[in-house]
Design a binder for this molecule. Structure first.
Ligand SMILES: [Zn+2]
Length: 410
């Protein structure tokens, strides 16, 4: 299985300048290619391939921009190829049209040396020899001695190298249980076996400091050195927030994938959730998308299975004890009380247990309040036809029926 490793680099001043130059060239090539493709599209012509774009770049742009020759030729070539992939995703309606890159945001570039069979980007555990840059210090040793390509990127004031490595799947215990996980807001996750992972709420914890620093940035004059400094310290705190969040999610997903044979989670539509503004901040804060992404590759790594529970399954409304009772559970209600069997449980734990029980085609009980309205309708209609009695609970509460029952009562 191919996994990527990312670790920090400790460049000296000269190397830092080269990193910035390479990022600048990658951005320039990307933006040039983006504008070129846009031109083709406005002329209603077919967008050129990545190879054609690169040929045009070499013929038209490189002779006018000598600084292109200061870095590896792969830097602009990969940037153009990435841009073309982004357009492909857009054409297939998988993503939005790529936008122009702004200076100082998402700095990164790609390097290549040697072939897959004969990788030439070597490292001695302490330093790595990057083409056209030289020996750069590593913050920690890489798991391999040579690679064929790598990506270098910046977050706040730190530079990182990312490399891919084929790994052997680790051995795991054969008798691992299955688990249902309720991803929440109050807690990061509650498992069906009662384990609770608390939410670090990094953003909320740091929001005062972030606000303060954000204000400091907006008070400084545009283009001034002081503003650059303020932006830098703001970026550091943002990076810290993101690291705290990532750390918590990594620990959780590794634990889940390593110790369970089946992990069931709700297939939540994050987009729909984020539209609810009351919840948006909290959900974005616990990084649900990242949670799912990590579980996907970690279950592969630990030979376990990720099962997505149907998003229409009312996991919080059903009693996990008897499985027959179901009532409405507004978000503020934290404890589930079953009116049939008398079972009481924490809201999230109850939901997690239901998620663990779920399988495709599971019987979903009718909600109590819907049962009442069903009874009313049945009484109101004089002669319920066969089709009426066969209708599903969802159809029973349709507005058409409600009107019918009202008019009959009147
Ligand atoms: Zn019950």
């Amino acid at each position: 299985m191919l996994l990527s490793f990312k670790t920090e680099l400790k460049p000296n001043n000269k190397q830092l300048t080269l990193f910035r130059k390479a990022s600048g060239i990658a951005r320039h090539a990307y933006n040039w290619a983006c504008a070129t493709v846009q031109e083709y599209l406005t002329n209603q012509e077919k967008a050129p391939s990545a190879i054609d774009l690169h040929k045009r770049l070499v013929a038209e742009v490189k002779p006018n921009c000598e600084w292109y020759y200061e870095v590896s030729k792969y830097v602009p070539q990969k940037a153009v190829a990435d841009l073309r992939t982004a357009w492909d995703r857009c054409f297939k309606k998988l993503g939005k049209a790529p936008r122009f890159k702004k200076k100082g945001q998402r700095d990164s570039f790609y390097l290549e040396y040697g072939t897959v069979a004969n990788p030439k980007i070597r490292n001695d555990g302490k330093r790595i020899n990057l083409p056209s840059i030289g020996w750069v210090r590593l913050a920690e040793p890489l798991p391999m001695t040579a690679v064929h390509n790598c990506t270098i990127s910046r977050q706040a004031n730190k530079w990182f190298i990312s490399v891919k490595q084929e790994i052997e799947l680790p051995l795991v215990a054969s008798d691992r249980p299955s688990v249902g996980v309720d991803i929440g807001i109050k807690e990061l996750a509650v498992c069906s076996n009662g384990e609770v992972f608390s939410n670090p709420k990094a953003y909320r914890r740091m929001s005062k400091r972030l606000k303060h620093l954000q204000r400091a940035v907006s008070r400084k004059e545009k283009g001034s050195n002081n503003r650059t400094k303020a932006i830098r310290s703001l970026a550091k705190v943002h990076a810290r927030v993101s690291n705290i969040r990532k750390d918590a999610i990594h620990k959780l997903t590794t634990h889940l994938a390593k110790n369970h044979s089946e992990i069931k989670i709700e297939d939540l539509s994050i987009k729909a959730f984020l539209k609810n503004h009351k919840l948006a901040g909290a959900i974005a804060d616990c990084g649900m998308h990242e949670f799912r992404r990590q579980l996907e590759y970690k279950t592969q790594k630990f030979s376990s299975q990720l099962i997505l529970v149907d998003r229409m399954f009312p996991s919080s409304q059903i009693c996990s004890n008897c499985g027959n009772h179901r009532h409405k559970m507004p978000l503020k209600e934290r404890v589930y009380k079953c009116l049939d069997c008398g079972h009481t449980s924490d809201r999230d734990l109850n939901a997690a247990k239901n998620i663990q029980r779920w399988f495709a085609g599971i019987r979903i009980p009718i909600r109590v309040d819907q049962m009442a309205s069903f009874a009313k309708i049945a009484c109101g209609v004089d002669k319920p036809s066969v089709s009426h009695s066969r209708t599903t609970p969802k159809q029973e509460v349709s507005s058409k029926f409600r009107q019918l029952s009202i008019s009959n009562v009147a």
